[in-house]
Design a binder for this molecule. Structure first.
Ligand SMILES: NC(=O)c1ccc[n+]([C@@H]2O[C@H](COP(=O)([O-])OP(=O)(O)OC[C@H]3O[C@@H](n4cnc5c(N)ncnc54)[C@H](OP(=O)(O)O)[C@@H]3O)[C@@H](O)[C@H]2O)c1
Length: 261
């Protein structure tokens, strides 16, 4: 994939051990950035650094669970320690502990867990990275879901979290403009070559496997986007090529979103 020039930039990518985050980390490393890859596990982080070492010498790990604020602060400190700050942040890591299910079928504990596990790891890195970005300016991209834009049965909580991310993208863009930090989001429907894709289709006739099987059959181009194709839009949004784009959410869904009933 052709990539922009990221020489001299320090990039922190959360959720970099797989899926879209991994492809973004690869593109940034290819473009010359110093890339700090975050994972919750030492082992995954080590494997990711090894994989990226074929592309760049300037790749290091920052292990920590971004659902935990204090751990996220440590992740951002580690990234900032490399060269005095952070220029680019891609917030791509979040666990989907509660898979899409009808609202009425979820327990109160699952409602809370579904919200927290999706939303907190998305916004904690932004909050924790800010002190390290304000002096130098930069760009933030958060990943989210098209279920935020189109009512999708079984995705009440993922959709609500995605809608929060879309709104926060606009608010952050306004608030952070004074520090020359742009903020954008990329929304997905279903993306192949990702751990979540493999998990969904590895399941046997659960609510989410049935939902996504139906969805997968409707892509206008005959297939869902790949993680690489989503990553190329994320990479564009943190590059200077999108210097005048902020507060936006771009859907990368091959033209498909569940709409109507
Ligand atoms: N794939 C899709 O079709 C799709 C659609 C809509 C939205 N999304 C969202 O977009 C994001 C990226 O999706 P993806 O499918 O590429 O990846 P993913 O498999 O959902 O997640 C990527 C990585 O995030 C890390 N992670 C999970 N919880 C974390 C946490 N609390 N703190 C830090 N890292 C954490 C995991 O790595 P470690 O185990 O190494 O920590 C995981 O491999 C996800 O948040 C996903 O929910 C995906």
């Amino acid at each position: 994939m052709p990539t922009a020039d990221f020489s001299g930039k320090v990039a922190l990518v959360t959720g970099a051990s797989g899926g879209v985050g991994l492809r973004v980390a690869e593109a940034l490393a290819r473009g010359g950035a110093t890339v700090v890859v975050n994972s919750r596990s030492e082992e995954s982080a080590r494997r990711t650094v090894e994989r990226l070492a074929t592309l760049s010498e300037n790749v290091l790990a920052a292990v920590g669970d971004c659902e935990n604020y204090d751990a996220t602060v440590e992740v951002t400190r580690r990234a900032a320690s490399v060269n005095g700050g952070i220029d680019l942040l891609v917030s791509a890591g979040a666990a989907s502990r509660v898979l899409p299910r009808p609202f009425a079928d979820m327990s109160s504990a699952e409602l809370v867990d579904a919200f927290e596990s999706r939303l907190l790891p998305r916004i904690f890195p932004v909050h924790a990275a800010l002190p390290h970005m304000r002096e130098r300016g930069g760009a933030v991209v958060m990943l989210c879901t098209d279920a935020a834009r189109h009512a999708t049965a079984g995705e009440s909580i993922p959709g609500a979290v995605g809608a929060s991310v879309i709104l926060m993208t606009k608010v952050f863009a306004k608030e952070f403009a004074r520090w020359r930090i742009r903020v954008n989001s990329v929304a997905m429907t279903l993306t192949s070559d990702t751990p979540s894709f493999d998990r969904i289709f590895g399941e046997d006739r659960t609510f989410s496997s049935k939902l996504f099987t139906k969805l997968a059959e409707r892509f206008p181009s005959g297939r869902p986007p790949t993680a690489e194709e989503v990553a190329s839009v994320v990479t564009f949004l943190v590059s200077e090529q999108s210097a005048q784009v902020t507060g936006q959410t771009v859907s990368v869904n091959g033209g498909l979103s569940f709409g109507g009933w």
